[in-house]
Design a binder for this molecule. Structure first.
Ligand code: GTB
Length: 214
């Protein structure tokens, strides 16, 4: 049976593919695994039926042959099992790919998220600019370190893995931010990820839900 992926019924980001079903969709496409979607309203996310799948009332949730998973990183790693592109068979390379999945969600995403959210939630506050400067400095530290590691390489570990997939999904949130002009290698890295046919298919699939609503 095809797995089910719970997604927002209506894309809150206008089809930009920034919600966390996107890395799972992308991983499924890289793995060549067809899937079905369970479209949920914000209200349905908080109902017991969905809370049984996702204890925090969020998307994504993933169902496959009686197995129910949540947390986009964990789902990506599960889908990546048996897909040597996403998780190399070599033990060390596999461990490094997993390391980068954690680095994406645990080390790079927090400053990306804080910086991006402050643009909305801090607007008009007396301390807005002071906080923005602190958040931007923290983000620049991480982006600089990541760019340093990437250097001239195409991918974080030589070949594309689940680590790149997750990192690129995280970075896409700020791909249009003016500060990205100072990190051309990262901007090119994001574009390389987005150019992958599997990404394109995943992006089109989430976008199609929006178009169907219009
Ligand atoms: N750690 C969890 C994971 O990685 O799976 C986090 C899941 C999560 O944050 N889900 C969000 C959600 O369901 C959607 S992705 N929120 C609803 C709720 O909490 O009630 C985060 C997100 C939200 C909105 C936009 N947007 O509008 O652009 C983008 C991303």
């Amino acid at each position: 049976m095809e797995p089910f992926l719970s997604v927002f019924d209506s894309s809150p980001d206008g089809g930009r593919g920034l919600a966390r079903d996107m890395p799972v969709r992308w991983a499924l496409e890289e793995a060549g695994r067809p899937y079905q979607v369970r479209r949920l309203s914000f209200a349905a996310l908080k109902e017991p039926e969905h809370l049984a799948r996702q204890p925090f009332g969020q998307i994504p949730a993933y169902e496959e042959d009686g197995l129910v998973l949540f947390e986009s990183g964990a789902i990506v790693l599960h889908v990546a099992e048996g897909c040597p592109t996403l998780l190399p068979t070599d033990r060390a390379a596999r461990a490094r790919a997993i390391t980068w999945v954690f680095a994406a969600v645990n080390t790079v995403e927090p400053p990306v998220w804080d910086y991006d959210m402050a643009g909305f939630f801090d607007r008009g506050r007396p301390w807005q600019h002071e906080r923005a400067a602190v958040l931007e400095a923290a983000l620049r530290t991480r982006l600089g370190q990541l760019a340093q590691h990437l250097g001239d390489a195409e991918w974080l570990e030589g070949t594309f893995t689940a680590g790149d997939l997750m990192m690129i999904c995280v970075l896409r949130r700020i791909e249009d931010a003016p500060l990205m002009a100072d990190y051309p290698a990262l901007a090119a890295y994001i574009r390389r990820g987005e150019a992958r046919p599997a990404f394109q298919r995943a992006f089109a699939a989430q976008r199609a839900l929006l178009d169907a609503k219009a």
